[in-house]
Design a protein around this ligand. Structure first.
Ligand code: ZN
Length: 371
């Protein structure tokens, strides 16, 4: 296993499973728990790498499915890999493409060998197999790469999910067989839908493979938010304590707090940038819309306590004006703020865990959710 990838727990909450850790990668260390911004097409939408760095972002995610379709991994490899191509010097992670194949593509055929689907870009037929996904991810060159998994839809029967979970395990073995662990870490993905027995069994099987990290996949596929927490609670205890745990596609503050309390370390979600493109901003845990008329003459910053470039320099009135004028700068300014909010949020959680104040400080977040 690559000696670059180590995970150390630095503090543990005495009331929950929350932990503060450090994950070392060849491109630097990641202090967990942490939110990872999503740079789907080798760019976190509307932000330069310097702006992204200013939000406190440490590790950034890119999507294999999208990059395979455009520009293709050959071009990225020729450029020297993702870090060089997009000029992000920090740690990076690529997903396997599995989630998008299952959620975005029509006309797909799933077989034991892999998945065949029609490219939404030009209609050509593309085959994605475990081996191909690993080859593509090696060419893209992120620090952490993900196993190719079958993500069952929600809802799905126990029998359907059992088949997908078993296949995910066989596909993981094929991923491991072609993976070169020298410069990058391969994380396995636990599937199992909303079924506790399947989740626990999958987690136990994967744990035996001694991988450098583990992900909980197949969530955020339409199930109610309270089920996410349930899934994490039945899965995380079966994963090795000395390896990072990554909850894929989850990233609202409430979902993160609850998953962290169950022992999760890494998160990714498109909401901060997607919200920005809809004029939505995250302020003190609430979602506001900047186009609202109440902001037209409001010359205060979005959040007076926020250290981000947007809040340090611009008023709500100015952002409201940019939005109403369809000025594209607004997407950048709102994205800087939203990502900074989530980075600050996970930073605050990390500090609370380090001081063993997590359960107390986040007691109201951890209390039963209002229906
Ligand atoms: Zn801000």
């Amino acid at each position: 296993m690559g000696h670059h990838f180590t995970f150390n727990t630095q503090a543990k909450c005495s009331h929950t499973e929350a932990r503060a850790g450090r994950f070392e990668t060849p491109h630097g260390s990641v202090e967990t728990p942490i939110f990872m911004p999503v740079g789907t097409l080798a760019t976190v939408k509307t932000l330069t790498p310097a702006q992204l760095r200013s939000t406190g972002a440490q590790m950034v995610l890119a999507n294999t499915y999208h990059l395979h379709l455009q520009p293709g991994e050959r071009i990225v490899a020729k450029a020297g890999g993702l870090h060089e191509f997009m000029q992000w010097t920090g740690p990076m992670l690529t997903d396997s493409g599995g989630f998008q194949v299952f959620s975005l593509s029509s006309l797909r055929t799933i077989a034991e060998k892999g998945v065949t689907f029609r490219s939404p870009r030009d209609g050509r037929t593309i085959e994605l197999t475990p081996e191909k996904s690993i080859q593509i991810q090696h060419a893209l060159g992120a620090d952490v790469i993900m196993a190719f998994d079958e993500c069952p839809p929600y809802p799905a029967t126990w029998e359907e999910v059992e088949l997908a979970t078993a296949r995910t395990y066989r596909w993981l073995e094929r991923c491991i067989a072609v993976h070169d662990p020298r410069d990058r870490a391969l994380f396995g993905i636990v599937q199992g839908g909303v079924y506790p027995d399947l989740r626990a069994e999958a987690a136990r099987s994967l744990a035996k493979l001694d991988l450098p990290g583990y992900a909980i996949g197949g969530v955020s596929v339409g199930e109610p938010p309270e089920l996410i927490e349930k899934i994490v609670k039945v899965t995380a205890p079966h994963l090795p304590a000395d390896k990072p745990r990554y909850l894929m596609g989850v990233g609202t503050p409430r979902e993160m707090v609850r998953a962290i309390a169950a022992g999760v370390d890494l998160f990714d979600c498109v909401i901060p940038t997607r919200w920005a493109r809809h004029g939505a901003v995250l302020v003190g845990g609430d979602r506001w819309n900047i186009k609202n008329a109440r902001f037209t003459e409001d010359f205060t910053p979005l959040d007076g306590d926020c250290p981000c470039y947007t809040c340090q320099n611009f008023s709500r009135a100015y952002l409201n004006h940019l939005w109403r004028s369809r000025e594209i700068l607004v997407y950048t300014l709102l994205s800087i703020h939203n990502i900074t909010e989530l980075m600050r949020f996970t930073r605050r959680i990390r500090e609370a865990i380090a001081g063993d104040r997590f359960a107390e400080e986040f007691a109201s977040w951890l209390a039963a959710a209002p229906s």
